[in-house]
Design a protein around this ligand. Structure first.
Ligand code: FES
Ligand SMILES: [Fe+2]
Length: 397
């Protein structure tokens, strides 16, 4: 594996051990060499989220995602199991599935090799009778995966610690929201953007500035209402949280109140806040009085990524005849907020290319970013300290 192309001392300035934590070096958002290093230091070793099991409800349903250089298929293999497979055909390497859909088996368009939903080679025209051809020796590489509260996670490292153990305290904290039972009215759509994946790191310093006329008008977020010290924080595990404190049933809508029934069983306190939990490296869970949203992002290059946002509700809310109209109205009302975020992310990426790109310290309500950076830098430093020969690939057979 490569060593960090950015000196350790510069990375350490983001730890906050020698004064205020500084933002990550601008090169971490622009450098192709650093991206290579980071693919190994973070993405080859950590669990990352690839979406929701509910987006593949029926056996044979699948969708695809790109993570770094890997094209992955997330497929409902059986009633119980969702598999994460490499989409690289094991004949000559064609990517054999894209987008999403429903199949009884995967067939490569190039020479029609076919694979079961679990990735076993089922057929290979003209090859099966070739002497010595053992179709049992071929299968789509299967990536280690786990489902947590309905989220599908994958990990290229067979030795990474258990995802469920890492997220157990969070699971207990979020239990009142019953996230595993919530469902999105639409499949997640990951949209490509031309900036580095780390720019999606979330904070609410900007809510009352960038979103002054949009979000802030619907859900005021002065600093006094941003609690970055919530008990949901487990920074060393890459679980980084803050709460926005509001009135009972306050939501960022045109009325300032929730438009859907409250999630059953939430306490008054839970109904009076918006809870933001980042599960590093690429999932943000937003628990609200009437729904749970999530943002998910994946790297596709040094300065490219995909990002999607999804809204999840209980079945009882989804079944309401007026649900769709209310949901679309709410979503349209919030679209300008997302437009402002997209504008800011693109603009900051442009700033990162400049010779004048800054490494400033953070505001108090940006503590989430300092914590997230610490989780990242700990991993950069650990990977950088390893001897060069340790790079093991990815997939778990
Ligand atoms: S590359 Fe897929 S069948 Fe040949
Ligand atoms: Fe924002």
């Amino acid at each position: 594996m490569p060593n960090s192309p950015i000196p350790r001392e510069q990375l350490q300035d983001s730890l906050g051990d020698r004064g205020p934590a500084l933002a990550l070096p601008p090169e971490t958002f622009t450098s192709a060499d650093f991206y290579e290093f980071e693919l190994d230091a973070i993405w080859n070793r950590e669990w990352f989220c690839v979406g929701r099991a509910g987006d593949v409800p029926e056996r044979g349903d699948y969708y695809t995602v790109t993570v770094g250089r890997e094209r992955l298929i997330v497929v409902r293999e059986s009633d119980e199991d969702v598999a994460v497979l490499s989409a690289v055909c094991q004949h000559r390497g064609m990517i054999l599935a894209a987008g999403s859909g429903h199949v009884s088996r995967f067939q490569c368009p190039y020479h029609a090799w076919t694979y079961s939903l679990g990735g076993r080679l089922m057929g290979a025209p003209d090859m099966i009778r070739e002497p010595g051809f053992d179709k049992g020796a071929f299968c789509l590489p299967r990536i280690r995966s786990a489902i947590w509260e309905g989220f599908v996670f994958a990990c290229f490292d067979a030795d990474a610690p258990s995802l469920h153990e890492r997220l157990e305290q969070l699971r207990q904290g979020l239990a009142p929201y019953r996230i595993g039972e919530l469902r999105a009215p639409e499949q997640l759509e990951l949209i490509p953007y031309e900036w580095n994946w780390k720019l999606y790191g979330d904070e609410c310093y900007h809510c009352s500035h960038l979103h002054r006329d949009t979000w802030h008008a619907a859900y005021p977020t002065p600093t006094s209402r941003v609690d970055t010290e919530t008990e949901f924080n487990q920074s060393e595990l890459g679980i980084i949280a803050y709460e926005l404190l509001g009135e009972l049933d306050a939501c960022p809508t045109r009325t300032g109140r929730r438009l859907h029934p409250a999630l059953p069983g939430l306490s008054e306190r839970e109904r009076s806040r918006l809870l933001y939990v980042t599960v590093a490296p690429n999932l943000l869970i937003i628990a609200m009085p009437d729904k749970v949203k999530y943002f998910l992002w994946l790297p596709t290059g040094p300065t490219s990524s995909t990002f999607g946002a999804s809204w999840m509700f209980p079945e009882s809310t989804l079944a309401d005849p007026d649900f769709k109209e209310r949901w679309l109205m709410e979503r349209d009302d919030l679209a300008p907020v997302m437009d402002e975020d997209v504008w800011a992310w693109g603009s900051v990426q442009a700033g990162m290319f400049s010779r004048f790109a800054p490494r400033a310290r953070y505001a108090p309500t940006e503590a989430v970013l300092a914590r997230l950076n610490r989780w990242l830098v700990d991993r950069y430093l650990a990977a950088d300290a390893e001897p060069a020969a340790d790079a093991e690939p990815a997939a778990v057979a």
